[in-house]
Each structure stands twice: as C-alpha cells, then as structure tokens.
Design a protein around this ligand. Structure first.
Ligand code: 6CS
Ligand code: FE
Length: 305
C-alpha cells in the first residue's frame, strides 16, 4: 500500500539529531472493561513498555512447541531456505522467519486468545502478523542481538507508520541471566532515538545476523541506560513476554551450554499497515515483513495437546 503519509519518526539520517518524544500512545485500548489483563498489568505495560507472564503455557504445551522448533531447525529444506538466518561467522542456525505461514502449529499459536487477545487489547483493535520468527540462540554459539528499537527498523525499512505494534515472545527454553536473555531498558519506549547512517540496499542480509545500521549511538545508549537501567527478562519455558515496538532492547551472546530458544510474533494493528511511501530502499521480503495480507487474525482459544 502506498499513500503519501508524513514521516513522523525520521531516522537513518546523515548526522546525530535530538531524540524525539513518542507521538503515539503505548496502550491503545480505550475501554478496559473486559480487558484480558489486570489494571496493574495495563499500567505496567504503559509505564515500562513490557509485561511478563510466567507459565502462560504449561510444560506439556511448551514441549510440543520446542519439539517443533527443533524439527524446523534440523529440516535441511528449511536450513537451505532464505527464511533461515545463520549466525555471523558460522553455519549455526540463528533464526527462522515466517513460522506462522509455514507451520500449522505456530499458525494456531499466533491466533491463540492467550497471546493474540492481549495484543489486540493493548493495540486497541484487530491485529495481523507483521513478522514471526524462532530465535534459537544455541548454547556456546548463539551470538548477541545488539541494542535497538524494533520500530526504528520496521519504520525505516518496512514503512510501518506509527508505534502501534508489539512483540510477543514465548520462551521455549529456560531464559536465565547467563544464557543471553532479552535485556530491556524499562521506560525507554517513550523516546524515539533517530539512528545515523543511510540504510544499505538489502540490509536485512547483514542486519539479521549482526545489526550495524539502526543502532543508536553510544552516547544515547549510555544516557538511556543511566536513566532507565537494564533489566534481563528471565523465566522458565512457557513464560510469555510482551514488549512495545519502540522499547530499547538487546541480548548478549550465549556461551553457556543452555540454549535460549524463543519464539516471536510481531502483532501490528490493522490500521497501521506498512506503507511503501515511507520506505526509501526496495522492500524487505515478505517473510520478514508482511506487505499484502492485513486481514485481522481470527483470535480464538486453543488447547495444544
Ligand atoms: O529487522 C527485524 O525485523 C528484526 N531485527 C531485530 C534485531 N529485532 C526485530 C526483528 O526480528
Ligand atoms: Fe528486536
């Protein structure tokens, strides 16, 4: 879709510029009656930019998800596909994208009321999937994801107009302080940090292995970290983490024997569909960013036996 819209969050600019206040609400819900989460939960997401639900999926369900994730990682056809991203400097699988489209189990999980129902509430209306992926971060070899705001990339490279999207991460293995858990700067979602440097063509081929554009400058990161702190988000398998599209986050390399395998769904509100008019480079493949199918997910209750 390409209609001319103003670029409200300019980034990938030639030189440093001032941070920008967020122009969008964090919680878009206007009516909390019948909310799927508590009042404290809504306030927490609004204040911190993330929310953690330990035990949202029971161990039996998670075992099912993890078995399927391991089957995907070992499937030679998938390993050879462009949807699979390898770790930098190795042939180790880092991520597999588009799992909601290629895998019936994960397609159902993406529409499960327990997660899509919360996303729909927080984003204030029907949602579709902008992206889905498995990040394996294997033991010993799983490399870091440097500090970034997802929205900065989805805005600059996919043409996502406003901050009305969120990530939902389902932990498939134990996420400890040691094996490279998601680290967030609580509250950092309220500032937009423009990043310096024009996006190279086909940037995703490098950025998904090791991101170098769309990474804030050290001074901004230091100021954000001093102001908000850095929190490792840990939890047992079955924990679900929701985090706002503009929350500053990253994760360290995993040199422990314990894999940190997490599944991610990126929910975008249907009125915030990507817009080609906001993009300067050629579009990223649709296995990374949905460009056509903005139909609302059919959210319903699932039992994964
Ligand atoms: O470019 C993207 O869409 C991906 N990059 C990162 C580092 N996080 C979000 C997303 O997976
Ligand atoms: Fe990210």
């Amino acid at each position: 879709m390409s209609v001319s819209v103003p670029d409200l969050y300019p980034t990938r600019i030639p030189r440093h510029s001032r941070w920008q206040e967020r122009l969008d609400p964090v919680v878009h819900a206007t009516d909390s009656s019948g909310a799927p989460i508590s009042k404290e939960g809504v306030e927490g997401f609004d204040r911190d930019g993330y929310l953690v639900f330990p035990g949202m999926y029971d161990l039996r369900e998670v075992q099912l998800f993890l078995k399927e994730a391991q089957r995907i990682r070992e499937d030679p056809r998938i390993a050879a596909s462009e949807k699979t991203v390898l770790e930098p400097q190795s042939r180790v699988v880092r991520s597999v994208f588009d799992i909601h489209r290629d895998n019936p189990l994960f397609a159902s999980l993406s529409e499960d009321l327990r997660i899509a129902g919360i996303a729909r509430f927080l984003l204030g209306g029907d949602v579709y999937l902008h992206q889905s992926r498995l990040n394996f971060k294997p033991g010993f070899n799983g490399k870091e994801f440097y500090w970034h705001s997802d929205f900065e990339t989805w805005h600059a490279e996919d043409g996502m107009p406003r901050m009305r999207a969120l990530s939902c991460s389902v932990l498939l293995t134990e996420n400890t302080v040691a094996n490279g858990p998601l680290m967030v700067m609580p509250g950092s979602h309220r500032q937009f940090i423009p990043c310096v440097g024009e996006t190279p063509e086909n940037h995703y081929r490098e950025s998904l292995r090791k991101q170098e554009y769309g990474v804030p400058d050290h001074e901004s990161l230091e100021t954000l970290a001093n102001r908000h702190g850095i929190v490792p988000v840990t939890g047992p398998p079955g924990t679900v983490i929701f985090f706002d599209c503009n929350l500053m986050h990253g994760s360290n390399s995993n040199i422990t024997p314990l894999p940190r395998t997490n599944l991610f769904f990126v929910f975008n509100q249907v009125d915030n569909a990507v817009n080609d008019g906001l993009r300067k480079q050629s579009p990223r493949p649709d296995f990374i960013a949905e460009r056509k199918e903005f139909r609302p997910l059919s959210v319903r209750s699932h039992v994964f036996a």
